[in-house]
Design a protein around this ligand. Sequence first.
Ligand code: SF4
Ligand code: SF4
Length: 455
Amino acid sequence: MLHGNKTGSGIYLGKRGVKIRDILSEEIRWSGKTATLKDAVRANRNALKRLEKKGRKEVENFLDNLQADDRGKPLLLSFSGGKDSLAAMMLLYGYLPFEAVYIDTGIEFPETVKYVQKLCREMHVKLHIANAGDSFFDAIKNFGPPAKDYRWCCKVCKLAPVTELIEDKWKNGVISIEGRRQSESFSRSGIEFAQINPFLRKQIQLNPIREWGGLEVWLYILWKDAPYNSLYDNDMERVGCWLCPSSLQSEFKKLEEMHPELHKRWTSILEDWFERKQIESGLWRWREPPPKMHAAIGEKGTSEPKNPIELIKEEGIYFLRDLGRKKSEREMLASLNMLGHADYNDEHYELDMNGEKWIIKPPLDSEENWRIYPRHKDGEEEDDTDGKLILKQIVRGERCANCGVCAASCPTGAIRLDGIPSVNTESCIRCRQCFDSCVIHHYFNRMVLLREPDG
Ligand code: SF4
Ligand code: SF4
């Protein structure tokens, strides 16, 4: 914005005015000419060439200096159908041979699925599709709708099928070119050129366009005359999952116009979990909405779903309310056994963990709660760490999404997937690596709401 001869970014302060943060103190002079996109590409061509050269060289140098163990791993491009992975594709296209991997989450825009297939066909790039099938709609029964701060779906519908594909086709691992950029989000601001996927250690990820800005991505695509996803011309910023909670309200409106049947399906699922007001205001898109969101709807709303799992701690006993009990004793024992020696006797589990004995009582009917408590030695200091781990393993046992990501992270192969994960207690060494990869451990605080004891 311009203010006198100053140029800067402005923050609207309501009736108090606009606060301007200075960036430039010089007056901006407009040439008066209208520039086209072609002009913008032409003016930035040398800068784009430098970016391209740097990205290509980084990939090439990395491949030239691979450790013996990594040689022979295929070079894949993670193609989402979005602009960033398209730019990464164009960076390598005609320069190095690669194959593409597309994750069909089962909730992709139909336009995107068609676009990815058509583009790869026309460019003669071999395409592998990791298909999540109906896993989103199966898992939502356990997790509830995802939110911006509760994106369990990324693990269940993206990480899980790609893990399965890699395990199936490239047992020794892969090198993946990604279109991720540092300026996309705070969590991506620290990405480096080469990284091992922490949840899928067989995947080396290379990020050759990590330092590019969004404008550079677009100019590069235009320079290369690469066909991009038509959804961008339809006011969509996100072209992957049509129900993504990170989408703007305006994008949901657009979805309603373009695909009324998908919009209707999603609204009817949301109605099982939220009040109409929470749906219409968009509050469902956060588990903990930021203050600006409350300000925008003009009153204190809640984004809590109906009937969440609740955790209450009273007089040293943890109560898990509304978790239910579906899994067999054998399955729950396998879950608890990763923490210590576990037994089931007389309608309760006993767990020896770090020299402490814990009693875990599952509900005997739908009115009862899970009860978990340690047999304390007198006067001993209370520490929540072990209790929290036990709670997470109980919820993991009961609400497992069968995504299989834990199986891929287990160093001893103790977890087998036969429809549902089963743990071999003989080969489990209690390393707990599967805890870090499990979506339930990761999002426990979003799945289970902490409550004060009743009155
Ligand atoms: S990852 Fe570790 S704790 Fe988990 S099942 Fe495998 S050996 Fe056991
Ligand atoms: S226990 Fe394994 S299969 Fe189940 S949700 Fe966690 S990571 Fe997925």
